[in-house]
Design a protein around this ligand. Sequence first.
Ligand code: ATP
Ligand code: ZN
Length: 468
Amino acid sequence: MTKQKEEFKPLRDDEIRMYVCGPTVYDYTHLGHARTYIAFDVIRRYLEHKGYTVLMVMNFTDIDDKIIRRANETGEDPKELAEKFLKYFLEDMKALKVKPADIYPRVTEHIQDIIEFVRKLEEKGYAYGSSDGVYFEVRKYEKYGKLSKVNLEDLRKGVRVEPGEGKKNPEDFALWKKAKPGEPKWESPWGEGRPGWHIECSTMSTKYLGESFDIHGGGNDLIFPHHENEIAQTEACTGKEWVKYWFHTGFVMVSGEKMSKSLGNFVTIRELLQRYSPEVIRFFVLQKHYRSPLDYTEEGIQHAKNNLERLYNTIENIRIAMEKVEVPFKWEKEEFELYETIRDAKKKLYEAMDDDFNTAEAMKPIFEVANAVNAYLTKVEKPKESVLRKALEFFRIISEVFGIFEEYFKEAKETKEEELIELLIEVRSALRKQKNFELADKIRAQLRELGIQLEDTPQGTIWKRINV
Ligand SMILES: Nc1ncnc2c1ncn2[C@@H]1O[C@H](COP(=O)(O)OP(=O)(O)OP(=O)(O)O)[C@@H](O)[C@H]1O
Ligand SMILES: [Zn+2]
């Protein structure tokens, strides 16, 4: 909002409430979307790493002009189309290890809340009904333009009222759209129709995060008009400052143009995942600061892959060395050198991330540690466990914040155990199908003795740990 770096002070001491504009679900997720959501994932992970409790909300636009248009093209039902791509989006985010939002409100499940919001705006004199719906009267909200810095006069000159639009002024935008024949629709005081795009975010964010919260974000293209309109609606309605900090991500670019569905120059996450691991995609994205544009090229991703592999090798080398380490009765110059590199790198890492989540800058200390570790292991015949542990701890922080190196840091024992339980559940259900209930029951009883309780539900067998 101020177009400069601000010191981050959350509204409440230990808690951060954030809202990220989610996707319009009418097509597959592409790398551009993924960049934005990975960026917010790392912002969230870092804040959590720093000890904050983060409450994160992300909406799904599951009814919209684009969805209706696509459904008409493919002959699908708009609801089913949105449902399908919503599911794919969640699958893609899971594959990319983006931590799920705490709440994923969907427009179609919040129509009443939206109607209520529009009604309040009408009551306060900011909205008016017309032949084709309800509009927000932009000139009534004096601070319009405070985020995007657009000038109302310029804006007025730049847009025109399209035929059939019932708005009073060219700059006004729709809060409620009356349904055209065959379109999905809901009852409202203004006739059957559906919400405009911007109103959903004002309604659903304030519903779950309150009238004021800390962070709101999305891609750069959302600054205007989407976020500008969201501010106008919300602040007109509540009379309070709505969002404390705005975050906008730079675009993924292809040959100088924004990667986008409409231009057809996109690569889907599904395609990319056939060629690269999720961690390579994350690492590629994080090599740039989230606000900078990111050029998508094959070489760029390949480069990220090679760099990431160098880091995997380093962690692997530490693991191997740890198996034959000496008890550290004393440290030599080499241990102190490595120790100091790690100590300084950790400081640089935090400085970079504290400076507007600069993941690009944070990469440097990571490679400094990797290089120092590799040099140490080549130089020293009997490495000391204590100093290698410091290096591992450093990489564990990176793992937690960047969402990479998962294989090296997940609790190996636990996952093996879980896999074995799943396997026994499968065997048991196969036995039950063959009507071998005696053996199936025996598996269940013996697992129970080990503190694992199985429950057969309509969705299949689930298990939980119990005290025995
Ligand atoms: N090329 C891109 N780089 C970074 N972020 C992007 C890119 N394209 C879309 N986004 C962001 O992804 C989020 C979801 O976008 P949305 O579902 O509205 O897609 P969209 O803007 O319709 O995509 P497209 O431009 O491909 O049609 C938004 O925050 C948007 O700014
Ligand atoms: Zn939004």
